[in-house]
Ligand binder design. Structure first.
Ligand code: CTP
Ligand code: CA
Ligand code: CA
Length: 454
């Protein structure tokens, strides 16, 4: 039954394995590779006078995100600084400008998005179920891979008995070693490197870990990037694992140690507990530690947080997370915005900025592997007095949506705003695309259907 559940990538199989992979100091690595910087030299990526990515050699000087460039240079005078690419007002392409300024330039993340797409391409090449979680991290559901590897390596599993409740045969021992599998998190949250009494779930983890090592090696050889990964039973645990031994390392969380592993965390590190709910918990229970919450009975959680949230929380702090790796990560909308400080005052200037926003959107559309098309274009406008307006129009069907076409539509909508008066001074312009549809949905819809029909 467990094997069958694994084959069907069901969330409840004890053999299920999920990996979370995150790029180390992502934007900084992209610049290091592009500029052929030796990996041991400190480098940081700058946005205006702040730092948004810091490589590990620079972190050794105590440089952290969001300190100023000046403070960073005091800590490490030889720090190599790279400014993110920017568009100048009116430009159709971003560039690497010497000293861009927030008043005349807009940040472009194109370079990092392009690298992100290449990385995602490798994940998708090596795994059939990938969820992009952000520009530099993804979840991989390794069920199919592990299922196939188990059947190949252990032929005794190939012929399931009629009665699905028949236990699996005794598992051969699993030997984890750091070089091939990464670090193994054991009960005391320290690593072990010995032969362990193991079961099939350990073998699953071990096969998955070997595969992730291989994927990470491929990313390094093909693209030059270091990654960190976590390998565990579910998404929540995999994500916590991936940051345990950062940088350039992966960690495997064995079955049965979830409780002690989680007990050491502050619960604000757990997804969905970083915000309001987390703050509420701190207020009610006067603690930030998972270990303290583990002592609270489920009825108490339900009474204080509501039946659903209480039950969810009770499970999550015990390492139970049934959320699926969502392979349909298609963007539902896209927005490109520019705040003006000081405000802009002329139609000419507004048109020039709309051009930048339009080009930003069109280049992001080109990177969509499925070439999907949005149904609606929206213009947002904020006046100097803080009044917001938004106007939309349908996007006509047809060929490629160029920057020029998006620009034309946005200019048309701006005319509407101007017609209503109080267009200037203007504090913000944003152009959004939404209602994406097209190939990806169709293809994945069919793929999903085939999997279910097996
Ligand atoms: N980023 C950002 N602003 C933030 C958070 C992240 O611009 N508030 C960017 C960073 O420049 C970073 C990328 O998004 O390179 C990924 O962020 P994250 O994974 O949080 O940090 P990394 O820089 O990749 O560092 P780490 O090695 O800790 O993952
Ligand atoms: Ca990262
Ligand atoms: Ca990240």
């Amino acid at each position: 039954r467990d094997l069958k559940a694994l084959r069907d990538h069901a969330q409840n199989s004890p053999l299920r394995v999920i990996a979370h992979i995150d790029l180390d100091a992502f934007y900084a690595q992209v610049e290091m590779v592009r500029l052929l910087q030796p990996p041991h030299l400190p480098l940081a990526v700058q946005q205006w006078q702040g730092l948004i990515a810091i490589n590990y050699p620079a972190r050794a000087y105590g440089i952290q995100r969001h300190i100023t460039v000046k403070e960073a240079l005091e800590k490490c005078p030889e720090l190599k600084l790279v400014h993110v690419q920017t568009w100048r007002e009116g430009d159709t392409e971003p560039g690497d400008w010497e000293a861009p300024e927030v008043g005349t330039h807009k940040v472009s993340l194109d370079r990092y998005r392009r690298e992100s797409a290449k990385i995602l391409g490798i994940f998708r090449e090596r795994c059939d179920r990938v969820e992009k979680a952000s520009i530099d991290e993804s979840y991989l559901d390794l069920s199919t891979l592990v299922y196939e590897a188990l059947l190949e390596q252990y032929p005794q599993l190939r012929h399931p008995p009629q009665d699905l409740n028949t236990p699996l045969p005794p598992a051969p021992p699993t030997i984890f070693d750091e070089e091939n599998h990464g670090k193994i998190i054991d009960i005391n949250n320290s690593q072990v490197e010995e032969e362990l009494p193991s079961d099939w779930s350990d073998l699953s983890l071990s096969l998955a870990a070997l595969h992730i090592t291989s994927i990470r090696n491929q990313i390094r050889t093909q693209l030059g990037y270091d990654t960190s990964a976590g390998i565990a039973r579910n998404k929540m645990l995999a994500k916590l694992c991936s940051s345990t031994y950062k940088p350039n390392m992966q960690a495997v969380l064995r079955e049965g140690v979830e409780g002690s592993f989680l007990g050491g965390f502050r619960f604000t590190k757990i997804k969905n507990l970083g915000g309001k709910l987390g703050a509420k918990l701190v207020e009610i229970y006067k603690t930030e530690q998972v270990s303290d919450l583990l002592k609270v009975p489920i009825d108490d959680l339900r009474a204080k947080l509501g039946p659903e949230t209480g039950a969810w929380l009770w499970q999550i702090i015990r390492g139970i997370d049934n959320s699926e790796v969502n392979i349909r990560t298609d963007t539902k909308s896209m927005l490109s915005a520019k705040n003006f400080r000081p405000c802009i005052n002329t139609t000419v200037s507004a048109h020039r900025w709309l051009r930048v926003l339009a080009e930003d959107l069109s280049s992001r559309l080109l990177e969509d592997p499925a070439h999907r098309r949005p149904k609606t274009l929206t213009l947002q406008h904020k006046s100097g007095g803080g009044v917001s307006k938004s106007k939309s129009m349908p996007v006509s069907k047809g060929g490629e949506l160029t920057g020029e076409m998006i620009w034309g539509m946005a200019v048309g909508l701006l005319r509407g705003v101007e017609g209503e008066g109080r267009c200037f001074p203007c504090a913000l312009l944003a152009v959004g695309l939404s209602g994406f549809e097209g190939r990806e949905e169709g293809v994945q819809g069919i793929a999903g259907f085939l999997v279910k029909a097996q």
